[in-house]
Each structure stands twice: as C-alpha cells, then as structure tokens.
Design a protein around this ligand. Structure first.
Ligand code: 4AD
Ligand code: MG
Length: 477
C-alpha cells in the first residue's frame, strides 16, 4: 500500500478503503484523536486510535511534533470539522518528539519567536500556508512568462558592476583580510584577487538581461539579489528574489502594460489554486485586526484585496502630477509627513507613496517620468531634458513593488550620463556595445518577489515570507 498525502485523502470519498499516511502530529486529544499534518494542505486529517489496541508505551510517544506512520480505514467522519477520518489499524512512531522542549506547541506563538525557530515554523498553519503560496507564486511567474514567449535567463550572481549605482554591494573576495596585497599607494590590489578585479554580489540582473533582450527579444530573470543597505524595515532584506523581464522594441507604455498584466496573472493563479491557504490567512488577518482600533482596520479582506487588484486598472500618474497632489494634501500642509514636499524634484519617501495609494487613489498606482537625478543612470531621458522614462508601481500596504524603465538606447546620451555620474566606460564596455551595434528601444522592470508574497499573504513583515531572512545582524540558519 503506497502512502497518500493528507490532501489526497481529504479529497477522497470515504469508502472504507485501506490507506496509509505519514506526517507530524499536531495535537493528540483524549488519548484518541490525532490531528495529523504532512504539509500538503492547511488541513489535518483526523486519525482515531482505539487505545485498547495500542500499548501504553506507544500511546505515550504520540506527542506534538512526532513523525508517525499510520495505516487504517478511511471512513466518513462522525465528528464535526472534517468529512473523512482514519480509523487507525497500525501506528508506528517514525521519529519521537520531546513534548518538554519542542518549540512549536499547539498554541499561539509570536512571529518573533517563530523567526527564532524558522527551521520549525513551517510546521505551523500560518507559515505552511505562506510558503505554499510562495511556491505557487513562483510557479505562476514562470508559467506567465513561458506562455508569453519569454526566455528564462540566468544572470550571474557574482559581478563587477553596480547596476543601480547606489553602492550597496557585498564584496566578493578571497584575499587574506589581514594581509591583502597592496598597490604602491596603499590601496588593495584587486588584480591579485580571485577574479583579477573587484567583484560583488549582484544587486540586479538587469544589465545582463538587457544584453539577452537585444538578441533573444523577450527574456526574464528570477533569482537572488543582494543589497547591503542598512535599513532595518519590515520591507527590506539584504538577500531577496527579484523578477526582471526585459523586452526589445518595447517602450515605457508597453512596460506598464506588461507589468500590470503579469501581476494580475500571477495573483489570479493563486486565487484559483491556493484557495484554502488564502482563506486561512484571511481569517488570521481578521482575527489580528479585531485587536486594532476601527480606524486602522482595512476595508477589504485579503481575498477582496487580491481580487480588487486583479479586476481593476492600475492608475497611471506622472511624477509631476503626484507632486501636485502631495504638495496640496492635508498631511503635507499640516506637516504630518516626516519629509515635507516643498517642490518638484523631491524624492518620494514611503510615507508619500503610501498616502498616494492608500488614501488618495486607493488602488495600485504606476508613477512615471521621474526627475532624472533621483533615478539610475540607464533610464531614458525625456525630451524635456530633466525627466526620465522611469516607472514605479506602488501597492496598498506595501509601497514600492516594482521599479522599471525604458532604457537609454542612444550611445551619446548614455555616455554623457555615465560621465556625469563618474561611471567608468571601461567597466561597462559591453553595455555600451549594445548601443553601438543594432541599438533599439527596450524596457524592463524589477519586481521584488517577497513584496509580492507579502501582498498575496497579508503578512506584515518581509522576514516572514522568505524561509531564512538575511537582514542586518542576522544570518542564522
Ligand atoms: O527599484 P529597484 O532597485 O530596481 C532595480 O533594481 C532595477 N534594476 C530593476 C529593473 O528595471 N530590472 O528594485 C526593484 C524592486 C523594488 O521595486 C522592490 O520591490 C524590490 O526590488 N526591492 C527589495 N525587496 C526587498 N528588499 C530590498 N532591500 C529591496 N530592494 C528592492
Ligand atoms: Mg526602486
């Protein structure tokens, strides 16, 4: 008899059949009812043991957290809360648990505590639901691009460039840190380092993705990216996963259409395929909100929020329009913002972004045409000479979800920009080559995958949507 998963068993008609299942004990009630979970679904299967048939010593080993192997008959459940249950014939404890020290007790644990026990936290309903959704969203990402003619490209993790020009990179070196080879002026001689040059972990696969877009047409990357920014917020990680499509012959309007269609597609996928997990997380959020004052509770439930994004157009607003709105809004005039918006050119802080999406427009917003000097070097300069064809997509509850742009395809303009920002042409000779040989309009964007998972699960802290978060002062596991 081959083992079945809990999800397979729960979807079967109870027709008195012999079944076998393996999983971890969630609870054991009244020496009779085991709630068994194997991670295949949010639901447990109830296994009913007749203790007359089991010896006392075995009974004692059925504790929360133990791994067990059960065989028995699948029958219609007599009790409430489940349609079928297993009447146990044989029970084997595969791995004992220690009820005294097992951290995941059947009670409410704080997310902080569970973060410290991240290796076991997926044995809780909340984290198993989140991680199944994360997996499902990843699949939906590949599915969307595959069905729309994109090639999946693996961009390098180790690179010599700083795509975003923000200098937030983790160095990669195998030089002896106590005694590195030095140049005559006392600086470290990276020619003697492993790669013969200074290298770092990538902050974005974009620049390499552009090279493939300019040959394969439509490509995307989906991989880990790294940022050594010391921001200890609920939306930043030092290691996160980014999805970056890049498309030849596509302008900024096409880029917005792509981003919107893509996000709607992956969110629809989980609405259809992860219903039980979403319903569980929705209920969790409702419970959590009960403890908040009425004014802070959200108007929509989790599933309503996701549906709202799927069914409604994102609002497209220029940076200039956004500044006008912000300059004249109440929190700005009453100096409630930490950063008061005084004039055109100001960089938007997350408090401003959240005001726009949560209070003003109440829907996802695509902001475009930002001032050139607050955006990266590669963005295409507009005819006005002061704005670039950039776009950020802002989401309620999250803030910036996507950053992208039409790329500067004119060699002379790009060179000038690099010169002004002191970016060495020799370092990016291959990037400039794209503009020398068959250059063309092209665009792309980057979507922070964990922020998407936050939105789809309603989790409030980015550390709770990635298995093992890397943040300042923390790289456990
Ligand atoms: O806006 P960013 O910095 O854009 C780029 O890196 C471009 N090269 C992308 C492109 O055009 N191909 O980052 C893109 C997105 C952000 O909108 C945000 O969702 C996410 O990546 N992100 C982070 N997510 C978690 N932790 C961090 N520290 C993040 N930094 C950016
Ligand atoms: Mg950005």
């Amino acid at each position: 008899m081959t083992s079945k998963t809990v999800t397979e068993l729960l979807s079967q008609d109870a027709t008195l059949q012999d079944v076998t299942v393996k999983g971890w004990v969630r609870t054991f009630r009244a020496n009779r009812f085991i709630a068994l979970n194997d991670g295949s679904t949010i639901n447990n299967i109830q296994c009913v043991v007749d203790f007359e048939n089991l010896d006392e010593a075995l009974l004692k080993r059925i504790t929360t957290g133990a791994a067990i192997h059960v065989t028995g008959e699948l029958v219609k459940s007599q009790g409430k809360g489940q349609s079928v249950e297993i009447i146990v014939k044989t029970l084997e404890v595969l791995g004992d648990s220690d009820p005294e020290t097992y951290p995941i007790q059947p009670k409410k644990h704080s997310f902080e505590f569970l973060r410290e026990n991240a290796h076991l936290r997926t044995r809780t309903n909340t984290f198993s639901a989140v991680m199944r959704l994360r997996s499902s969203l990843s699949f939906a990402v590949h599915k969307y691009f595959n069905e729309n003619g994109f090639n999946y490209m693996h961009t390098p993790i180790i690179t010599g460039s700083d795509a975003e020009g923000a200098g937030e990179m983790f160095k990669v070196t195998n030089l002896d840190s106590k005694n590195p080879p030095l140049n005559e002026d006392g600086s470290v001689n990276y020619k003697e380092d492993f790669f013969g040059k200074e290298t770092n972990l990538t902050v974005s696969g974009q620049l390499e993705a552009e090279t493939y877009a300019m040959s394969l047409g439509k490509v995307y990357t989906f991989g880990p990216t790294f940022r050594a920014e010391n921001s200890n917020t609920s939306r930043h990680l030092a290691e996160f996963w980014m999805i970056e499509p890049e498309v030849a012959f596509m302008d900024l309007a096409g880029n917005m259409d792509l981003a919107e269609a893509f996000m709607k597609s992956v969110l629809s996928y989980v609405l259809e395929n992860n219903r039980e997990d979403l319903e569980f997380l929705e209920k969790r959020l409702l419970d959590e909100e009960k403890s908040k004052p009425q004014a802070q509770r959200s108007e929509m439930s989790l599933i309503e929020k996701i549906k709202f994004v799927v069914d409604n157009n994102f609002k497209r607003v220029s940076y200039t329009e956004a500044i006008d709105i912000l300059k004249n809004c109440k929190p700005n005039k009453k100096k409630k913002f930490n950063y008061i918006i005084e004039e055109w050119g100001a960089d938007l802080q997350s408090e401003h972004e959240r005001f726009l999406v949560e209070k003003h427009f109440k829907c996802p917003v695509i902001l475009f045409d930002y001032p050139a000097n607050i955006k990266a070097f590669y963005m295409r300069l507009n005819e006005d000479g002061k704005t670039v064809r950039a776009m950020d997509i802002l989401f309620p509850g999250i803030g910036e979800m996507v950053g992208g742009s039409q790329r500067e395809e004119r060699l002379d303009v790009l060179k000038e920009k690099m010169k002004a920002l002191d970016i060495d042409e020799k370092e990016l000779w291959w990037y400039l080559d794209l503009r020398k040989y068959g250059t063309a309009v092209h665009s792309g964007f980057g979507l922070g995958f964990e922020r998407l998972v936050m939105f789809a699960t309603g989790m409030g802290n980015i550390r709770d949507v990635i298995p093992y978060p890397r943040t300042p002062q923390n790289a456990e596991f």
